[in-house]
Design a protein around this ligand. Sequence first.
Ligand code: 26Q
Length: 800
Amino acid sequence: MNPSVSTLKDELIQTLKTNYGYSPEDATDRQMYGSVLTVVQSYLSRKRADYLDSLKQNDKKRIYYMSMEFLVGRSLRNNLYNLNMESAMKQAVSELGFDLETIYDMEPDPGLGNGGLGRLASCYMDAATTLEYPFTGFSIRYEFGIFRQKIVDGWQMEFPDDWLELGGYWLTPRNDEAMEIHFDGHVEEKWDEHGLTTIHRDYYTVRAVPYDLMISGKDSKTVNCLRLWRAEAPTSQSFDMHTFSRGEYVKSMEEDAKAESISKVLYPADDHIEGKRLRLKQQYFFVSASLQTIIREHLRNNPTLDNLPEKAVIHINDTHPALCVPELMRILLDECGYEWETAWELTCRTLAYTNHTVMSEALERWDLGLFEQHLPRITSIIKEINRRFCKDVFDFHPEKRGQLSSMAIIGDNQVRMANLCVVACYSVNGVSALHSDILKNDLFKDYNDIFPGKLTNVTNGIASRRWLCQDNPLLSDYITELIGDGFVHDWDQLAKLRDFADDSAVLRKLADIKLENKKRLAKYISTANGINVDPSSLFDVQVKRLHEYKRQLMNALHICHLYLQIKNHGLTIQPRTFLFGAKASPGYYMAKEIIRFICALGDVINRDPAVKGMLKVIFLADYKVSLAEMIYPAAEISEQISQAGKEASGTGNMKMMLNGALTLGTMDGANIEIYNQVGPDNIFIFGMDTDQVNQTRLNGYNPRGLYESDPHIREVLDFVRDGGLDGKNFDSIREYLLNSDTYMSLADFDSYRQMQAHVGDVYRDAETWNRMSLLNIAGAGYFSADRAVQEYVDHIWSNQ
Ligand code: 26Q
């Protein structure tokens, strides 16, 4: 499938004509955009049809990846790249008088996720598809993805993200595969000669309509689908003659709106879990629709479900799809007539679970009452799972009887979703070596004792082809010049770059490329923020969701410290541009205060002539995948400064490393594995490690003592208290740091400050810096999603 430029031109002309009635001379960019997407989509469909055909011949185990979030990012460049059609399309479009880059920029980011977890799902889908695995993603077709962020006077404002108008081209509705989902009502148990049957009565129905988004692998035959469910009122309800004849036309429309609300909006929180009714309905809605599909597909190819675990694995991305456990049980028990024991065995052997957090406020728990009201049958199944589990522990693990109240699935009138997953799934994994150790030795210790071997690790990986080859073509072309293009499918080959570590011409060229990418970002900043930054200054980047534990505030405090040192104490520093990008969960007050603090700091610093040429602070609004794709290639320092033990893995750290940035970080999450890949000389590690954090907590963290004893901290906090930031009141920040900062920013501050000074010193020596940068690229192969997916296949998805 390698269409020539002239074929593509013909197809574009034809599409413009049929869809819009225009010839290229009269068409707008918008119309050309629609035509390019339509043409690419038709190539994908044909390839998908061939692939489905070939699947009939080989009976590979199916992988179903369940995730409330898929942060897919833009698709056009990705598809053209994967189909090896980019240069032909560029030329075709250009010969018709348009510019492909402009078209790329018109595509909205489908923001169907909050951050790392959602992006990981998409990275894995890309990799699994390239590796030719039959992988289906399941999620929700949110009408509104993650909100668009604007900053008004330093304060985050949220606006709806209407991505479907221009992003919907990639979605194929499949009404033929719609499913029905049942909510509310009550269950009746009936004994007859066949035993006990359970009947769910008086429920209301929501229709789930799938929209498929096709994803092609790179140089592979496979085209997989991300199936996104949209909620609708059942067709019969919309035409319910009774309602109409009673004159309740408007009421019937209200019912429709109620059903549709389920897939209306992505919950923008990824910190503390609020037990919101609609969120629970979203979870059951997409879990039930997906499982019904999986079962139907299995029964199309197999006479029975007895072999389900051999033919399919259903992977649960965090606990959000944990209802897979009781829903699969329900289907097996109520719809397929299995006995409990067999149903349970099949369920356990089909489900695997990845945990992404150890922070207790982020562990999902739901009120039992809410469950009973909306999911009565599911609740009765969960209660029975819990009863049997507790009995087993009591009978067979008497040493754990004392732990049973925390190990139980139901406790304090709540359903604990993580416990449900650990009890039911045959595999439970963390996302970095450290995180998985914490799961085994701490959070899930008691389960690890009774289910030996169940807990494992798969360190996260990233879609390196997107994050390097597509986003940083200058760098990936140059790497190809140096070591050939084998790395595109074998990322360990990046290690060959180490041969050039002492080649000053290579190092200079790498620096030139970085500078080009910085210029591009500087241009964007000048338009978006109206501020000119110096592309030759050190670009120091912290982009990620805003969270106390990620400690953006510690970064900001240090910037404030530098500012005061330059202004009041005559310090001169290596010129730096500090870049932030972060969305705060809309109800997370402290996170929004931290954004306000960073913006106020930027306002003061960016206009102060005393630090001109040395310091700039930029807050980039509306951080999202497409912005990340411009930022990472320009990053030189990658700030990964979470409190040790809190960041499960981090994946931005891997993306920046791959683009030649050096990590400034704590011994947390995947930073530890980055450290192992590059060695101590090529990374800037500071601060307490996990043991020291725990020790400090035991000994009592004393932020006031640090304030008294460290003149740098005192200077910064007093400056803020005394209205140094344009007279703005930041008591909230000061109070937080001195009284309630669980993440102990002040305890790591001095070590951070010293390491930052060291970073500046190293940067002055360009050759040394560039060498470190090269060694980071060379060590980034391990973090490819190709490796991670292969580990899932080898250690999790092939087992049952
Ligand atoms: C749950 C219930 C109700 C509302 C929201 C949520 C919710 C949504 C999203 C809870 C958590 C999330 C997202 C978590 C997340 O992104 N975790 C990150 O996962 C990455 C991939 O493994 C890791 O690299 C990061 O360390 C981890 O923070």
